[in-house]
Design a protein around this ligand. Structure first.
Ligand SMILES: [Zn+2]
Length: 91
């Protein structure tokens, strides 16, 4: 018998979550899909760092676009974000 109103959001795997990550950040997913991605990110220690990084990256891009005069060139902002995240050795 079909269950039209599941209590749990659709369970998705890591590949699916990563495929939808940019659409999620852009707010282009349906509410149900957005919820599924959000739930996965909340529970998955492997995907969450990707999400947090992309979110920061897009935020930095948005700021760079929105601000008439960015204090630093985008490349430096990205490098400093990467450094802060531990991807690049400082110095
Ligand atoms: Zn995952």
């Amino acid at each position: 018998m079909p269950d039209d109103s599941p209590r749990q959001p659709e369970a998705i795997d890591c590949a699916s979550a990563m495929r939808q990550l940019f659409d999620y950040l852009d707010g282009e997913l349906t509410p149900a899909r957005e919820l599924a991605v959000r739930q996965h990110l909340a529970l998955c220690a492997r995907c969450y760092p990707h999400f947090a990084f992309e979110q920061e990256f897009l935020r930095a891009l948005g700021k760079a676009r929105g601000a008439g005069a960015a204090p630093l060139p985008l490349r430096e902002r990205v490098m400093s974000a990467l450094t802060a995240a531990g991807f690049v050795a400082g110095g």
